[in-house]
Ligand binder design. Structure first.
Ligand code: SF4
Length: 97
């Protein structure tokens, strides 16, 4: 299982360099797969979360963030090291400028 946005019909070059591409997903005690880029609680999206650590070292974080903003990924998920609320704030700020 890969995190990199796979809902896109066309795979862009930057996906090949995604830090999360080779992440080894594991199941918890209940058999559920924990996805650090789509944590089920807001608390897990803080800057110390596992997903954020990958994003911080990702060479294509900016491409990922731009993709998420263009696709209006504003409800959930970590993209480019940002939370949904951070992305909403970015778009709001851009709109106001
Ligand atoms: S910035 Fe994060 S979510 Fe985006 S490709 Fe890189 S590791 Fe994956």
């Amino acid at each position: 299982m890969k995190h990199q946005p796979d809902t896109v019909s066309k795979v862009d070059d930057w996906h090949e360099q995604a830090q999360c591409r080779d992440y080894k997903f594991q199941r918890d005690d209940k058999g559920e797969v924990f996805n650090p880029w789509f944590p089920k609680t807001g608390k897990a999206q803080d800057v110390t979360s596992e997903g954020m650590k990958y994003c911080a070292a990702c060479p294509v974080a900016l491409d990922c963030l731009v993709w998420a903003l263009e696709k209006r990924e504003l409800k959930d998920g970590i993209y480019g090291g940002t939370t949904p609320s951070q992305r909403r704030a970015m778009l709001k700020k851009k709109k106001a400028a």
